[in-house]
Design a protein around this ligand. Sequence first.
Ligand code: CTP
Length: 412
Amino acid sequence: MSEHSPCLILGVTGSIAAYKSLDLIRRLDGEGVSVHVVATRNALPFFPLMPAEIFSGHPVETELFGTGARPQDGRGRVPHLALLERADAVLVAPASADFIARMALGLADDLLSTLLLSAMVPVLIAPAMEEAMYRHPASQTHRKTLLDRGIREIPPEAGSLASGKTGLGRMASVDRILEILLPLLWKSPPAHGSLSGLRVLVSTGPTLEPLDSVRYIGNRSSGRMGQALARAALARGAQVTVVSGPTSLPPLPGTDHHPVTTAREMEDRLRSLFPSHQLLIMAAAVSDYRPKDPVAGKRKKDGREWTLSLLENADILKGLSAMKKPGQFLVGFAAESSLDPASLLEKCRNKGVDLLVANDISRSDIGFSSPENEVTLITPAGEFRILPLADKSVIAGQILDAITATGWPNLS
Ligand code: CTP
């Protein structure tokens, strides 16, 4: 993580949902965010400190004037001010009913509450509590006080609660928290990230090939891997353009987003955008075939078989690699039902890419709709490297780091 990565102070308070904060830290780390955790005393029974320190790479701070938080420069500043100096935002997740009340009252009797009184950066809370506590007039009054002060709430969700009951009060999912938090942290992309000053083009999602005006041939790509790569490139300071087939994901804030539907639309858009970008990551699952004679309107049933003829779509990536100019770097993906090294190397060379990222689509725990992936990186020189099973955001960061580790871009 560079010294220019966005920096978040994550406050963890006394709620069973604190276990989810571990996953949040891991995901944020994968997104290139530097996370400093401050836990309240009430959080400690619920929150495993050692994994939190390993995932965040920083000590978990708990004491207002304790030994855990020494300013890096030894200038002897009090911990809450030293932590705040680098922070781009503070998120309290989970925020217990008690802690929300203490924030509303402006108490300052521990590190997290004191730090929040001095915070000049955006503050967010992700409440977690039983439904009755959340709906209690006292909690609602405290909550409203915080919202009136400009503090943003990531609302709790309905589901099973610690009491065994079902209702409103679960801390928002990690995905939901990231969706709200990350655009805030990336408002000003890092000026000195490993990709700063570079334009990165990412293709993502499936392409859909119409059979008639309502039916199509498609595939199961969710677009998550491409989205994670676009995020990771933003976090490294790149200007990012995304060409996306239809997915359920919202366009990523901070990117130049181009929605397309068919392989031919994707090809046209990529061919016009490619010359102005230095790095192309072709993560889209392009349909290899399209119906030869799509029907205008909706085809009516007529009691007979419907025989389809399919035409092969152009290989977009191969066409782009033929247009490649010096200084441009191309990354292709390979969806394979078995990872045979010889055919992977052949695909890498045949496509003319600088790096091929291979997925094993026969495994049910990774790929398409899974949040996790495990991939093999292949270079045209025949180097192979496995990136072991991890969240797609973590894998995305590792792919970008592998690209810059090749020595590209050589700007000297
Ligand atoms: N790709 C492309 N245009 C196509 C098909 C694939 O640009 N018509 C790109 C994909 O985006 C990916 C890479 O080529 O980056 C490899 O895709 P993959 O589906 O693994 O390979 P195919 O070229 O389709 O070959 P095959 O399915 O026969 O192995």
